[in-house]
Design a binder for this molecule. Structure first.
Ligand code: ADP
Ligand code: MG
Length: 638
């Protein structure tokens, strides 16, 4: 038996494991493929970090977000543990050095982004490493059914084939029963093996407010409550407008979205984190990796696309265990907006083909050409030229990406890239630039290879450091060289790009498979419907609804959400409610077959109250009434 606990104490200084941490650790420690489900903040990292420390070899950690990866690596290092990260955006040499370190140094953790898994260099080096086990963080990203599917995750299977003896530990905070199954299937689990802890957040009250005037309601809530808050809204412009509205009403607020520069984002997050600003108004770009325990309220102005996303975002309230609120503002109009999102996200196939054709015209690409070509892409300009709506065009491009024709990368991940447009021998003949530009070219050539035939990702800050230049100065020089047609430079500004992953296909021969279109549309629709149901139900405890969505059958009402509170007001007290419910279930459940509903009249309960509890139980599918006959729902029988 390995002594996991003393490792936990030695490196992390914690006295004991939480909840199911120990079960997960024992399972992966015994070499079994394992899936661990814990809500965000539950403590998933410990479940792979501790067993990795107890096992010989290196733990390979696959995780999608570079910022979180860097965070974890520096966190481990601060505990004296050797860890390293490899991600897109590092130079080839940096990557090689990192990977060699993993072969020859005594590293314990190699963090890698899924996009890197398929590269030859990684796979070659991996063969020489001694891997203890593979950790797949955010493992729901491997499932097409999940709300955050990332195609690059499918490459994990190649890695499993290369390392047949390494067991896999999959972790996630959001998983419906279907996704739980799918993760294990996609990751080739030898045997099903799931550990799950309850997703119930006992200190969190879920509230839905039906209102025609959301801004007014928002102000009302924030002026009647104190404490740190997050306000989520869907579009970027909205974040600024709402922040201004709050400001005018003497509520300090910041706004945040993916279009801001990293420096700006960090600054605003810090102000909010330190309580210099009370409210953060943000798109869903805000959230991952935030660890502010005393958020008292999370308010959604618009509905997210799925209960998974809602649960994740709302769950940022009350991490400290103190009472907190998750409020969704809903207006009757929202239902049609949400339904429209389905057709926006999955435009007609003919339309998708049209967009493909227009992209090819846009770059003047002939049929059969274009393989591996990469271009900057300006969605607005494209839409203006070809008369598309940006939302649908964007969706079409994403679908084409999943089909494998193009790679459409939006702003968050766009790194600077450059290629030389002159031949190497020509380059040496050009001598018009000043000494510092000359030196910069030399540094580029030293750091990156293959630049005369292919784009390379570059890092202006690093080039700056090596040349005693600021980032801005490097940028200016590269723009200058671009104008002189010496290089082609795509700055890492927030512009998306398109890469053709196949040569141009004839439009009517484009294949849009079911797995990319019909199946995904179906599960997207299912999630939207569940979200609408959550917002519009007037009789079901919101906490139970969410838990049920995640496959948990909780028998208790939370007594905190708006539905429960309203039920209280309606006259049936909690204890009384439970009592009546128990009587009904016991009476009806005591029969094997359906009974006439009239048997309920034998219960000694006031009619109104009986009716109220009954309608609740029918809605909750605890009992079934059909043609005047009543029976207990199968799941509740024992
Ligand atoms: P998750 O990945 O599930 O969202 P993290 O792994 O980031 O959660 O952990 C959340 C927080 O809980 C971290 O600050 C971590 O240090 C803390 N934590 C995890 N396990 C324990 C434990 N056994 N005892 C005390 N704190 C813990
Ligand atoms: Mg985590």
């Amino acid at each position: 038996m390995k002594d996991y606990k003393s490792i936990l104490q030695k490196y992390w200084g914690y006295n004991s494991f939480r909840g199911i941490q120990e079960d997960i650790i024992n399972s992966i420690g015994n070499g079994q493929d394992t899936l661990g489900l814990m809500p965000t903040g539950g403590g998933k990292s410990i479940t792979f970090q501790v067993p990795a420390m107890a096992t010989e070899g290196l733990c390979l950690v696959i995780t999608p977000l570079i910022a979180l990866m860097k965070d974890q690596v520096s966190n481990l290092r601060s505990r004296g543990i050797k860890a390293i990260a490899v991600y897109s955006g590092m130079t080839r040499e940096e990557i090689i050095t990192a990977l060699e370190n993993c072969i020859f140094g005594d590293y314990k953790f190699l963090y890698i982004s899924p996009e890197r898994l398929g590269t030859e260099i990684f796979q070659t080096k991996l063969r020489k490493m001694k891997i203890s086990f593979i950790t797949v963080d955010e493992s729901h990203c491997i499932s097409q059914w999940g709300y955050d599917f990332r195609p690059a995750y499918l490459k994990i299977n190649q890695i499993r084939k290369l390392l047949p003896d390494a067991p896999v530990l999959a972790l996630t905070a959001t998983a419906t029963p279907e996704v739980v199954k799918d993760i294990q299937l996609q990751l080739n689990f030898k045997k099903e093996n799931v550990f799950k802890m309850s997703f119930e957040r006992k200190n969190l009250a879920y509230i839905v407010r039906n209102t025609e005037d959301k801004n007014k309601e928002l102000l009302h809530i924030l002026t009647h409550m104190s404490g740190s808050a997050i306000v989520y809204t869907r579009n970027r412009k909205g974040t600024k407008e709402i922040a201004q509205l709050l400001y005018k009403n003497n509520i300090s607020a910041e706004f945040y979205h993916a279009g801001l520069s990293n420096d700006e984002k960090d600054l605003r997050q810090e102000k909010w984190q330190k309580d210099e600003s009370r409210v953060m108004v943000a798109t869903n770009a805000f959230g991952m990796g935030i660890d502010k325990p005393d958020v008292r309220i999370v308010i959604h102005m618009d509905m997210p696309d799925s209960p998974e996303a809602y649960f994740q975002e709302a769950g940022r309230a009350g991490r400290d265990g103190q009472k907190a609120y998750a409020v969704l503002l809903y207006s009757p109009h929202d239902k049609s907006i949400l339904n429209k999102r389905i057709s926006d996200t999955f435009p007609e196939k003919e339309y998708i083909r049209k967009v493909y054709e227009h992209v090819c015209y846009y770059y003047q690409m002939a049929i059969g050409d274009g393989f591996d070509c990469i271009y900057e892409f300006n969605l607005d300009e494209f839409c203006q030229r070809f008369k598309h709506f940006p939302v649908q065009a964007d969706s079409a491009l994403r679908i084409l990406t999943r089909c494998g024709y193009i790679e459409y990368i939006d702003e968050q991940e766009s790194k600077s890239r450059l290629i030389f447009t002159v031949r190497r021998d020509e380059l040496y003949k050009i001598h018009e630039q000043d000494a510092s530009t000359e030196q910069l070219i030399q540094t580029i050539l030293r750091n990156y290879t293959g630049l005369f035939s292919d784009y390379a990702y570059i890092d202006e800050s690093m080039l700056g450091r090596q040349n005693n230049l600021t980032r801005q100065e490097v940028y200016k020089s590269l723009i200058y060289l671009s104008r002189k047609n010496i290089i082609h430079y795509i700055p890492g500004k927030k512009t998306p790009y398109i890469r053709f992953t196949q040569k141009r296909e004839e439009t009517d021969r484009l294949v849009i498979p079911q797995s990319v279109y019909e199946q995904r549309k179906e599960s997207y629709t299912h999630r939207i419907k569940a979200m609408i149901e959550y917002a519009t139900s007037e009789s079901r405890c919101r906490n139970r609804m969410l838990l049920k969505y995640f496959g948990e059958n909780s028998m208790q009402n939370c007594e905190k959400c708006d539905v429960c509170l309203r039920r209280h007001q309606s006259g049936v007290k909690t204890g009384e409610f439970e009592n009546i419910r128990k009587q009904i279930i016991e009476l009806v459940g005591s029969y094997k077959d359906k009974q006439p509903a009239s048997i309920l009249s034998t219960l000694n309960v006031e009619k109104d109250k009986l009716r109220e509890v009954l309608s609740f139980l029918i809605h909750e599918e605890e009992i079934t009434v059909c043609d005047g006959m009543i029976s207990v729902h199968k799941e509740n029988k024992d």
